[in-house]
Design a protein around this ligand. Structure first.
Ligand SMILES: Nc1nc2c(c(=O)[nH]1)N[C@H]1C(S)=C(S)[C@@H](COP(=O)(O)O)O[C@H]1N2
Ligand SMILES: [Mo]
Length: 259
């Protein structure tokens, strides 16, 4: 089994067991006296430090997600959830190459925006090769290009009262539109981008055209596709049923889906 297919809990367990093995080595000698030797105590305390360091690395909200090389790209980046939003309106936008698509930036901002895809592409761009982990147990590595969400929020002049960013999508699953949200740590994280290209091609419809969120420190369901609005709010209470996301409100998916 390679890392691509390992569920995140196993990855975390694996990282933990490497650290545990380092800490446990001297104990394997089966000799109590050896534990008293300064060199061994030093090794043991190194294990402790490594353990603390690994905990920090696994929980540090500002840390960067791993970025990969082009040679690591998955041959196919599969799609999941909605693959084609229903309805004539979306079909008409797709037929026009999303030339008239607008993404609203609204809520607790001083300057609400209506961004065209041209507006978004005219801003400074970031490209990143990252691994997408779906809670259903598959992963894929893709190259994403888009604008950092932090730039869009800066252009809209986020107000001091904003605490969360809500993402509104153009697709419905059942009766409800898909939606997601994150806090400002993730919203302003350098790898959180609004992506319009996958593997240097325009984003396919199945993967969220014309614009989708990449929020690399979290699981797949947080990466809202088919973005039509970005809303700054002070609380998630009045968003959906109050848990901050389509799946969070319906099944037991966690709102903070850290990988
Ligand atoms: N709007 C919208 N966004 C969505 C979904 C969806 O159904 N609708 N599915 C989510 C899930 S569960 C995953 S794993 C990823 C899949 O992204 P992909 O289709 O590019 O693989 O999109 C996420 N974002
Ligand atoms: Mo997913």
């Amino acid at each position: 089994m390679n890392d691509l297919t390992l569920p995140r809990r196993q990855l975390i367990a694996r990282a933990g067991s490497l650290v545990a093995a380092a800490g446990a080595l001297p104990l394997l000698s089966g000799c109590d006296a050896i534990n008293e030797a300064p060199a061994v105590r030093k090794i043991l305390s190194m294990g402790e430090k490594m353990h603390r360091a690994s905990q920090r690395a696994l929980t540090d909200r500002d840390a960067l997600a791993r970025e990969f090389a082009r040679t690591d790209l998955s041959p196919v980046f599969r799609s999941n959830g909605t693959r084609l939003p229903e309805g004539d309106a979306y079909a008409a936008h797709a037929a026009r190459g999303f030339a008239d698509w607008r993404v609203a930036v609204r809520g607790l901002v001083a300057r609400p925006l209506m961004l065209s895809m041209a507006d978004i592409r005219a801003m400074p761009q970031r490209t990143q090769i990252t691994r997408h982990d779906c809670v259903e147990g598959w992963s894929a590595i893709g190259e994403w290009t888009g604008v950092q969400l932090s730039r869009v929020l800066a252009a809209a002049e986020l107000k001091g009262s904003a605490r969360y960013i809500v993402f509104r999508c153009a697709d419905r699953i059942g009766a409800a539109e898909y939606y997601e949200s994150c806090d400002l740590i993730d919203a302003l994280h350098p790898q959180t981008i609004l992506a319009w290209a996958l593997n240097r091609q325009l984003l396919p419809i199945a993967n969220g055209a014309p614009l989708r969120l990449r929020i690399e420190r979290q699981l797949g369901y947080k990466h809202a596709k088919y973005l039509r609005a970005i809303e700054a709010v002070a609380s998630l209470e009045k968003v959906g049923a109050g848990k901050g996301g389509y799946w969070e409100d319906r099944v037991d998916y966690e709102w903070y889906a850290g990988i």
